[in-house]
Design a protein around this ligand. Structure first.
Ligand code: FE2
Ligand code: FE2
Length: 505
């Protein structure tokens, strides 16, 4: 049978809107699922997705991608790369799989919402592929770490994490419920695909693929590239949605959704990607610092995307720049200090050579993080041997980002970073705590959406974590023996300091 050329049929087929007659348009596209802000079907006729693909082409390409990645995995299976991999890289793998495998599978549902309730035909078409993409990302990122479970139960957190109340998982769920699971089709398009995927995760996977190749992990490098190429396509669902909102007088709505999503994505990145890039990646393999990466790609490239499309950069741009010198250093310090509370072993990343690198990339790091946070710990470790670093009390957690409130230790005006400060809010008789004015602003955009959630600190106070001790907390996190993180170098890094002190004495 002769096939029509794609150009001869694609434009008719990709936009298959019709006028409903058996039901009303509102019944077919209920506002709570579509989020179309009352814009009728005709307003969506101009939706023009920049990336066009047919189902036939999609299936062929995806089949080839899967075949390629699984072939590389099979070919290298016996090489047992992880036997000789650097501890920092293994930590990045465990962190990555546990944080993202199930979330990727959940993203399939969000894409499906756009595939059913998006009012533009082209949007539904793209989102159908997006839904299949995310299903594949979920499956492949559950399958690949599984063979490593025999090596460490921490790899099992790829499957387990989202079924627990571990603190970083609670933070991730709070974020992705907000921009993905509990948003309408327009909300998902703008917040997940436009802000989060275009601005952040597409680049994250590009970077991960390159880092993996440098670390010698060809399996993960291929996996990351295969995911990234899907991401680059379905991330383009949101841009044309933003354009239609702007054309129809809803610029403020679009801007608000983008502003919320970018900040929330930033706090996740500062918790996960920041420590990975600046503290876990072996020194000789680091190309860019987290700050350089953020400045080039998110603050530079994505800012241009925003402006090109007709939006402003978020109102908190300068606050985010200050946070760039603060948040991920604080997250790393906190996570390393309480390494039992995560499912990966945490590399300290503060050997003398690494500290020189940090000072070079973050001038003033030594005066603040070095002198006020790490030096006292190193001093104690050298004198008394490695001792427990968990704080005996619950630290304040942000009621939006769900991660600890952070500031630069030893900060004084004029220094980079920002002071440790709580941004409280009274709302209906409850005091909420936030790590920044932006987190508080997000809450104020829609208090009913967020008001009933309890942070881990709130749960502790409410008596939901029993017994209210470290062991009780770790049990609440469902982190069992063999799953709780340790110091990734088993404190061997302290030796260099001990020798230096001995020689100096
Ligand atoms: Fe994905
Ligand atoms: Fe995606």
């Amino acid at each position: 049978m002769a096939l029509l050329k794609r150009a001869d049929w694609y434009d008719i087929a990709r936009s298959t809107n019709w006028s409903p007659t058996y039901v009303t348009e509102d019944e077919l596209f209920p506002e709570e699922q579509s989020g179309a802000l009352g814009l009728p079907l005709e307003s969506w006729d101009g939706y023009d997705e920049p990336y066009k693909v047919t189902y036939r082409e999609y299936v062929r390409t995806q089949r080839e991608k899967d075949a390629g990645v699984y072939a590389v995995k099979a070919a290298l299976q016996r090489a047992n790369f992880l036997d000789t991999a650097e501890p920092g890289w293994i930590s990045i793998l465990k962190l990555h799989y546990g944080a993202f495998a199930i979330l990727e599978a959940m993203a399939s549902g969000a894409e499906s919402r756009m595939a059913r309730f998006g009012k533009a035909g082209g949007m539904r078409n793209m989102a159908t592929f997006g839904s299949l993409d995310e299903n594949r990302h979920g499956q492949i990122q559950l399958y690949f770490p599984h063979e490593h479970v025999q090596r460490s139960r921490q790899f099992d957190w790829a499957a387990k994490s989202m079924h627990t109340n571990e603190w970083a998982v609670v933070a991730a769920r709070h974020l992705f419920d907000d921009i993905m699971s509990a948003r309408d089709a327009v909300g998902v398009a703008v917040m997940l695909t436009f802000a989060f995927e275009t601005g952040f995760s597409n680049l994250q996977f590009l970077g991960l693929a390159a880092d993996a190749a440098k670390a010698g992990d060809m399996v993960f490098s291929n996996l990351a590239s295969s995911i990234q190429t899907d991401e680059a396509r379905h991330a383009q669902i949101g841009g044309p949605v933003v354009k239609i909102l702007i054309e129809n007088g809803h610029q403020d709505n679009a801007q608000r959704l983008v502003d919320i999503a970018i900040w929330r994505a930033w706090t996740l990145f500062a918790t996960v990607t920041g420590p990975s890039m600046d503290y876990y990646t072996p020194l000789e393999r680091r190309q860019q610092s987290f700050k350089e990466f953020m400045l080039e790609w998110v603050f530079g490239q994505f800012e241009r995307t925003l402006v090109d499309i007709g939006l402003d950069r978020p109102w908190y741009w300068d606050i985010m720049l200050d946070d760039l010198d603060t948040r991920h250093h604080g997250m790393h310090a906190g996570i390393w200090t309480f390494h039992q509370s995560v499912w990966w072993d945490v590399p300290p990343g503060v050997s003398p050579a690494e500290r020189e690198w940090l000072e070079d990339k973050y001038p003033g790091w030594e005066e603040t993080w070095g002198a006020h946070f790490w030096e006292p710990i190193i001093e104690r470790f050298v004198t008394d041997g490695p001792v427990e670093t968990v704080l005996p009390s619950m630290i304040p957690l942000c009621n939006m980002s769900q991660v600890p409130v952070t500031g630069t230790p030893g900060w004084t005006p004029g220094k980079t970073g920002r002071p440790l400060k709580d941004y409280p809010l009274e709302h209906k008789g409850r005091t909420y705590h936030f790590g920044s004015e932006v987190d508080r602003w997000i809450f104020q955009q829609d208090p009913e959406r967020y008001q009933d959630h309890l942070s881990i600190a709130d749960r502790m106070v409410a008596g939901m974590i029993q017994p209210p001790t470290l062991d009780g907390l770790l049990a609440y996190f469902d982190l069992r023996q063999g799953e709780q993180g340790g110091d990734a170098l088993k404190h061997s890094w302290v030796e260099a300091y001990r020798q230096a002190r001995t020689e100096a004495a």
